[in-house]
Design a protein around this ligand. Structure first.
Ligand code: GAL
Length: 996
């Protein structure tokens, strides 16, 4: 981001990501937010901190932890239990943010946001906001506070605003959000552009006019669209969003914001991400690529280069941040508008030209007047469809005076022996730049073509040229410092990078990315990324004699343009060879469907009250998973009932599953079927009911066992301030038909979700990593799980069992150490959004839940796996949990590794320190009587079907069930066990064996 011209990063902090249980907070490992804020400071980015407590952000519960769903009080109000919980979180996160505040000189945090899009403004919400502000201040936060007004309502303005219709809040700044760019069509095409709105100086004004709600504070868009998220069952719109809100959109909309005086603009999102594990909210799938400037695999898109042009412009032409409206400017054609702003201190003028209305798509040539203290000019301009231009006039540019330019300024810098300016324009378009001198200067064209005209009366030197590649001019004399003027087309301009060093600014041309620049006396050390054919040219600080690129000296020669040019190209990445995924091991699971499955360790689900918004009918127990401490992923239920009279012939189950959630049901071990919530809409239903016919042979008197597995695709967000996150997950209620006996009132239930519930057994991977599948509860997802005696198999699989089965393999990567490769796992055919196969898969890489693939829903096939989770130089474990309805063809499709991009360079990545499978431990005491041996099972390997087989020698073996631990005592005096073997009885896997 820093390299691409951003000066700040806005970061949400997700409460639920850090808090698996009330009072429990984790900021270690991948959740280390101190490290994130240190990084921002190191690279020189300001931080806009947005810790909620509510964030939305398409994450489960909108950032609320799972445990908060069981509270009585309404969230986002002054309810006592909610405030106490919110305080808990703020105490934790503020303690970290406080250490990084710019106001303390100890970091780059410049602002903190209270809440997010709180659009209820009643007395309880007002008290809540006041409470948050007092809390944050009491926590030592001294940076200005703001909130993010959902849309532009004039909510939560600072006390300085007296605009009628606004709602005051405990804020220092007013901020709002907006997504006016529109989304792609459902068929994945961009459609026609939207009109860029005026939400500041040129708008309608008043409480609902955007920045006008708070005239005394800077115009602040806390979120402004930089893409959009995508939903289960779409055709996959991220690539389209990157075009729809691509370079043309960015120029038109963000330039309009600049014209409107919005001096704080946060683009949501800039870095496309991944909602790993159970983090995504029901409205989105694993990928949160967003069509953002940086795609999910960390690669800058074309739109990142436009942001770089804009970022560099704003960084160099500083008067832009202080401007007021100037006089009205009328272009020669009515379909073009020109915003005109002036900085009162310097008199510098900004002209922002685009179509009127801005969504017109014609290409037009016009002229418009520039009237400045330097004189009156009429200048030519081309405005293409979906484009806008930023032009500057009457500007003191280092030691030069720019009368005007129809090119855009990318950057300018004062160097030891003169000035340098880089201007750019659309390829093939003409440009005109006028500079002022006391006497006629000498113009030397070093490369490309340009003509100059000298006006002795005004002192104007006019340069005319075409933007094509790079034209380099040297202008000297005329009573000013020499100027190196670089005139580029956009694509060429985008190959330039600028960073500051202690010895002054450095401009670099050529590499894919310039990450750092450090000057040590005569040595300029650069780091960055390159691909095949990247050159290197450097305008270094004065004393530079040696240029290092990623630590290696680059031989250079001086050029007439004052730069050092490398004598050979930057190194290209070495080819990356990815192994085919083979040697698959297979095991079925879902033993819970078997009537004889031992569920005595499971929680009894017999609560009679719940704070969920989906309460069971009178007489039925509360079944919703959150009430039993299971907040993420899959949940199993086993219900026992006894038929004494007429048996029911149907059973209906109501459940909450989130987006694309589902359940599967078995009766007495017989698979009855599954139900999947409808998808293919942006706000999918998150609960459902399905009724199954009870097979005739199971309509018998006597005991019955019903087993249900519910896939909970996370909690709703609470965007509507209506406690939507409290909608039940898992089973909600049961109904049988009137003809049958009311088994719904007679079922005794047990429930099992993720191992440990709120006391998560894998704190390294955290609360969002695991649900309650048998394999997850037994460590099947982890590296080093002893799958040696699992069945060998190959992919694709032609079918699968009804229920869940697992595929495991390992692969060794040998990505060249000099390369930064971004890799992914691909399932099925990525050229089509979905396949016909009716199954879904959870993808675990080295034990980390990297996302969910739903074959017949789609659209995502490729799952980005970040380095650090992935070992690019070693052995990795891939485990895939396939949940299928068991029909023909509904088995796991081909699985492969995908190289999403490789560059030479990157940044060093350390592997996350996450545990592999830890087998049960067996200890022999060496005694002859009493305790002979002990067995203990680590919490994350505690399957419910473990057995310890004790071989006493002389042909005698005994087998005992094993949960957490077992003490083997001397049954026959004088005889000691010879060996102990621990197996998983579900598939016979030998987990541990030890001889005395
Ligand atoms: C905003 C919200 C963000 C995110 C965004 C859409 O309204 O503040 O958190 O949800 O919409 O991606």
């Amino acid at each position: 981001m820093k390299a691409e011209g951003y000066n700040a990063v806005s970061i949400y902090f997700d409460w639920g990501y850090h808090s698996p249980a009330p009072g429990v907070y984790d900021f270690t490992g991948v959740r280390d937010m101190d490290a994130v804020l240190d990084m921002a400071a190191q690279v020189g980015l300001y931080v806009i901190a947005r810790p909620g407590p509510y964030i939305n952000a398409e994450v489960t519960g909108g950032g609320f932890p799972g445990w908060l769903t069981t509270q009585t009080g309404k969230a986002r109000t002054a309810a006592t239990d909610y405030l106490a919980a919110a305080d808990q979180w703020l105490t934790q996160i503020d303690q970290i943010l406080r250490r990084h505040q710019l106001t303390n000189g100890t970091g780059t945090v410049i602002l903190e946001q209270l809440e997010n899009e709180l659009s209820n403004t009643g007395s309880s919400e007002q008290a809540y906001m006041q409470h948050l502000a007092s809390k944050v201040r009491a926590d030592g936060i001294s940076v200005p506070l703001f909130s993010n007004d959902k849309g532009r309502n004039g909510f939560w303005v600072p006390p300085s605003s007296t605009v009628p219709g606004t709602v005051a809040g405990p804020t220092d700044l007013y901020a709002f959000d907006g997504y006016p760019g529109g989304t792609c069509h459902t068929n994945g095409t961009p459609g026609s552009p939207s009109v860029a709105p005026d939400w500041g100086l040129y708008g309608t004004g008043g409480a609902k006019g955007g920045a006008s709600a708070s005239p005394q504070t800077p115009g602040f868009a806390a979120e402004f669209g930089g893409g959009w998220f995508d939903y289960w069952g779409s055709v996959g719109t991220y690539a389209c969003m990157a075009v729809r809100e691509g370079p043309g959109y960015e120029r038109e909309f963000y330039d309009t914001n600049i014209a409107n005086g919005l001096t704080l603009q946060n683009v949501y999102m800039t870095v496309g991400g991944t909602s790993w594990g159970w983090l995504p909210a029901p409205v989105v799938y694993t990928s949160y690529d967003y069509g953002a400037a940086f795609d999910e695999s960390r690669q800058p898109r074309a739109k990142a280069s436009t942001m770089k042009e804009l970022g560099y412009f704003l960084r160099s032409v500083t008067p832009v941040s202080e401007m007021d409206k100037g006089s009205t400017v009328t272009a020669s054609a009515t379909n073009i508008k020109v915003y005109h702003n002036i900085d009162p201190a310097t008199g510098t003028a900004l002209y922002v030209a685009m179509h009127n209305p801005s969504n017109a798509t014609t290409d037009d040539d016009v002229t418009f007047p520039i009237d400045t203290p330097d004189g009156n000019y009429t200048v030519p301009l081309t405005i293409n469809g979906q484009d806008a231009k930023l032009m500057v006039a009457n500007y003191d540019m280092d030691g030069q005076h720019l009368v005007y330019s129809t090119s855009e300024i990318m950057t300018h810098l004062a160097r030891a022996d003169g000035d340098l300016a880089l201007l750019h324009g659309r390829p093939g378009e003409t440009g005109q730049t006028v500079l002022r001198y006391a006497s006629r200067p000498t113009v030397t064209v070093l490369s490309g073509a340009a003509t100059s005209t000298w006006n002795a009366t005004t002192g104007d030197l006019r340069l005319d040229y075409t933007h094509s590649g790079l034209t380099e001019l040297r202008i000297s004399g005329g009573g000013r410092r020499p100027l190196e003027l670089l005139l580029a087309d956009d694509a060429t301009a985008d190959t330039f990078w600028q960073l500051d060093t202690a010895a002054g600014p450095v401009l670099v041309r050529g590499p894919e990315m310039l990450r750092t620049a450090t000057a040590h006396g005569p040595v300029l050390a650069l780091t960055g990324d390159s691909i095949t054919g990247d050159s290197l040219e450097v305008w270094p600080p004065a004393r530079t004699r040696v240029v290092l690129w990623n630590g290696t000296p680059m031989p250079t020669r001086p050029t007439p343009a004052g730069s050092l040019s490398a004598r050979h190209d930057l190194p290209a990445p070495a080819p990356v060879t990815l192994p085919a995924l083979a040697n698959w091991k297979y095991s079925a699971e879902s033993p819970e469907a078997d009537p004889s499955f031992a569920d005595s360790s499971w929680a009894v689900a017999d609560k009679t009250s719940t704070n969920s918004t989906t309460k069971p009918p009178a007489g039925q127990p509360v079944l919703t998973a959150d009430d039993y401490g299971f907040h993420t992923g899959d949940v199993w239920y086993r219900g026992h009932y006894v038929v004494t009279g007429t048996a029911a012939d149907t059973i209906g189950l109501t459940y909450g599953g989130g987006g694309a959630g589902m359940f599967q049901v078995w009766l007495d071990g017989q698979y009855l079927g599954q139900n999947v919530l409808p998808t293919g809409v942006s706000a999918p239903p998150t609960t459902g009911t399905a009724t199954f016919t009870i097979p005739v042979d199971l309509r018998t008197a006597g005991p019955h066992e019903i087993s249900v597995m519910v896939r909970d695709d996370s909690h709703n967000e609470d965007g509507g301030v209506n406690d939507a996150q409290k909608e039940g997950r898992g089973l909600i209620s049961v109904a049988t038909n009137a003809a049958g006996i009311p088994v719904d009132e007679g079922i005794s239930w047990r429930i099992q979700g993720n191992q440990g519930g709120e006391q998560i057994t894998d704190p390294v991977r955290g609360a969002m990593n695991n649900g309650g599948l048998y394999g997850e509860r037994s460590g099947w997802s982890l590296p080093n799980y002893p799958d040696a005696n699992w069945r060998r198999t190959t992919l694709p699989a032609s079918t699968a069992i009804a229920g869940t089965s697992w595929y495991r393999t390992t692969f060794t990567l040998d990505v060249p150490r000099s390369d930064d490769a971004s890799l992914g796992v691909t399932i099925g055919d990525p050229s089509t959004p979905r396949s016909a196969a009716n199954y879904r898969a959870l993808i675990f890489v080295n034990g980390w839940n990297m996302g969910q693939y739903i074959a017949n829903v789609g659209p995502q096939h490729t799952f980005v796996i970040p380095n650090g989770v992935l070992d690019p130089h070693g052995r990795n474990t891939l485990a895939i949990a396939v949940t299928s309805d068991g029909g023909p063809g509904n088995g796991l499709e081909p699985v492969s590794l995908t190289n999403l991009a490789t560059v030479r360079g990157g940044v060093p990545v350390t592997l996350d320190n996450s545990p592999g499978y830890r087998p049960p431990t067996i200890r022999f005491t060496g005694r002859n009587s009493g305790t002979l041996a002990t067995v203990s099972v680590p919490p994350d390997a505690r399957g419910t079907e473990l057995r310890a087989t004790i071989d006493w020698g002389h042909g005698v073996t005994t087998t005992e069930p094993l949960d957490a631990s077992l003490t083997v005592t001397g049954a026959q005096p004088g005889r000691r066990p010879q060996s102990i073997t621990i197996i998983d009885a579900v598939n016979g896997t030998i987990l541990a064996r030890r001889s005395a």
